[in-house]
Design a protein around this ligand. Sequence first.
Ligand SMILES: Cc1cc2nc3c(=O)[nH]c(=O)nc-3n(C[C@H](O)[C@H](O)[C@H](O)COP(=O)(O)OP(=O)(O)OC[C@H]3O[C@@H](n4cnc5c(N)ncnc54)[C@H](O)[C@@H]3O)c2cc1C
Length: 387
Amino acid sequence: MTTSVLVLGAGFGGLELSSRLAQELGDQVEVTLIDRGDAFVFGFSKLDIMFGKRTPEAVRLPYRGLSTPHVRFRQETVIAIDPEARRVVTDHATYQADVLAVALGADYDLAATPGLAEAGHEFYSVPGAGAVRDVLPSFRAGSAIVGVCGTPFKCPPAPSEAAILLDEYLRQRGVRDDVRISVVIPFGTPVPPSPATSEAILAKFAERGIEFVRDRRVTALDPATHQAVLDDGSRLPFDLFLGIPVHRAPAVVEKAGLTTGGWIPVDPGTLATRFPGVYAVGDVTSVGTPKAGVFAERAARVVADQLIARIRGESEPPGYDGTGSCWIEFGGHEVARVDVDFFSTPGHPTGTFTAPSARTAQEKVEFGTSRHARWFGGATGRGGATG
Ligand SMILES: Cc1cc2nc3c(=O)[nH]c(=O)nc-3n(C[C@H](O)[C@H](O)[C@H](O)COP(=O)(O)OP(=O)(O)OC[C@H]3O[C@@H](n4cnc5c(N)ncnc54)[C@H](O)[C@@H]3O)c2cc1C
């Protein structure tokens, strides 16, 4: 008997789940993978686009050719989900499956921050990062803010990375002395689970003259005065605003009644939703780990392993452990790593820091290369640190 699995979203979570099921189960499974896009882009590639290191074209991993005998890829937009019936309507067809996995990620709500679309930029999408790349060459003096507009947001170290890379970019152009860089983050430290990581980032900020505005969130931009309004009412002037927009679960997920408090609640061990046969992984959930690709991928692997064990009649595999490693760009072609554990001591995530080095930068390249190979059958390093 063949088990049909419908996977919504071909990001980190959806790609890992579908490829693992197909590779392990072959004919025993029929996976349909749906995404509105035509290519996958690693989140960290947006930093490369933004600073002109790679073009958007160079970092795309096209979904064409992803279909194998056991995975059917469909470029369609999901417009309705009925989790009770495990039925999904897209702009092209209606699907029903034995197992439904929601991996639709997080959408950005620019309108939630008045003035952001008019007076600022976001670098969290490919078009947004491309727009920043286009304005950076003419930015020579004034105040630059990297500002977080809401929590939770993807890849908590990314605002710090953006500030460090902006400093480097401006130095290379010889204009750094004429620019003030501030980072506004709604946490007390850049990476709260790991004091050592935060200390290293704060030391880098101090060395580079980057101002850290802690425990604050940007609520609005005033296009008339070019000031960012913070959540305590204070204002910071800006000439360049690089924002991390408010994140939301995709509207189709909310409409389906899958969310509570904005995100999909799941069993933290199994990633099961309250609907039988329906799982959710990655940024769209409130599982308790950060919104980052490494966590989405690990959660997807746990779902895949449960399904594989069930179909083979084997015993239940270990549950999701809430661990993952995040890479952090430190400039000068050096990358640091933080290995975080969110579940071992509930409510008290911990992290171990590996100092920035060229060796860890190479590890990040290999991370991308291995995913490219696993998901797309590719052999090159297109998805690596520079791609
Ligand atoms: C600047 C930046 C740097 C980052 N750096 C890192 C890093 O170094 N390490 C790391 O682990 N993570 C990093 N991330 C975060 C990472 O990219 C995300 O957390 C990760 O992609 C989440 O995976 P996911 O599978 O949950 O969702 P996604 O990868 O976002 O995939 C969701 C998919 O669903 C599709 N979709 C959404 N709605 C619909 C619809 N209605 N119909 C059809 N398809 C739909 C989307 O097109 C998308 O392909 C970074 C992110 C950014 C922005």
